[in-house]
Write a protein that binds this ligand. Sequence first.
Ligand code: SF4
Length: 403
Amino acid sequence: MKYVKEHDMTPPANFTLVTNWMERGFGCAKACAYCTWRTSKYLPHGAQSKEAIIAFISKCRKNFITVSGGADPLFRFEIYGEKLLSMLATIREEGFMTRVITREIAQVAHAKGLLDCVSISLDPDVMAELPKHIASWKGIEVECSLVLPPLPTAEIVRLKPQYLALLRQLTNMGGAGNWCKRLVLRENLCSIFPLDMEQLSFGHAGIVFVPRGLCLAGRYLSTIDSDGYTLMQDNIALGKFLTSQPDLVLFGGFVKHLLQPAIHHYYADIDVIALDHGAMQRLENLFDYQFHEVSASTSYPRYFIGKPSKAGKTLQVILLRSMPDALAFVHQAQFNGDRVALSNNRYYFDEAVGEQGIRQAISTKVMKRVPTEKRFWLFHADRERIQNKHHFKLLKKGFRIVE
Ligand code: SF4
């Protein structure tokens, strides 16, 4: 086995082989809201070559190599299993221990003999299935892991008793003894809230936190050999930037998330109004976004989609001429809870509905339709269809609509 030199003070980075066995598409049966790889341009398609794997892991100063999504390493084992086993065998041949992160718990035992440690990513489906499989994992070190919700520290502190109860539940599960070595809580890379790990510590090794810095400083072999900073968007920095610019106006799910993160855990694409091209230019320079226009360059407003080069959030950008136009746009939304904008660290609530009414709609997820005379020149020609789509999306997210 490899060893870490005792005199070297730099903490050695974790090395991860990123998998996606499918030649086209994304090989995972789940659709987690925080999944950063599904749309990444660095997502591999098919296995990396043995030579590339050996060259990559030869630089690792830890004694184990992780195999992780990308897409789930154990996805459709009956089809892709040989690729995973060959990867694990290469890691072992090079003198490292193997560790796989997966949700495909029914497949874990197939990799026995080549697997030293498995990290089981928990969700309600996985929890329900665990008792059936625990006994088949003898000889493999097992940890269970969860991605923390994207919340501020104070909200996560409130959840600590739940994590303790979960650890107890896992420990007692199926009368199988102490099969779960630890519960690992991973900082959510999509979160825009920095976490104070000292406040979160449980003070024992049964529950450990993995801060985002550890993930971002890790080395990854996907389609390229790089660190996490190259592959993944720094969402804390992006959030800080978007909320503090005088020529950017935010609205939609991202603003609801900022106002009530415990109720609106996740946001999908970020809705942004840019008041000039300069704001988009800065997003290109600072965060490596690429924008393409989806409207005619003569139309008003103009619409752009911004894709990050790294795994991260898409920006839906509307280019408007002025702040009054931006506020008119947001404050004429069809539902009361959508009538709030954020720019330069200041919220703009539609006075016709009132701050209290808007906050209440957001915190209770009960939206009221607000009849107004619309300035249609500000809206997309296909506004009717867009509004219906938005209505449907709100229902899907658990909102109740009061007509
Ligand atoms: S299980 Fe992993 S790879 Fe699959 S969608 Fe969730 S985060 Fe992405």
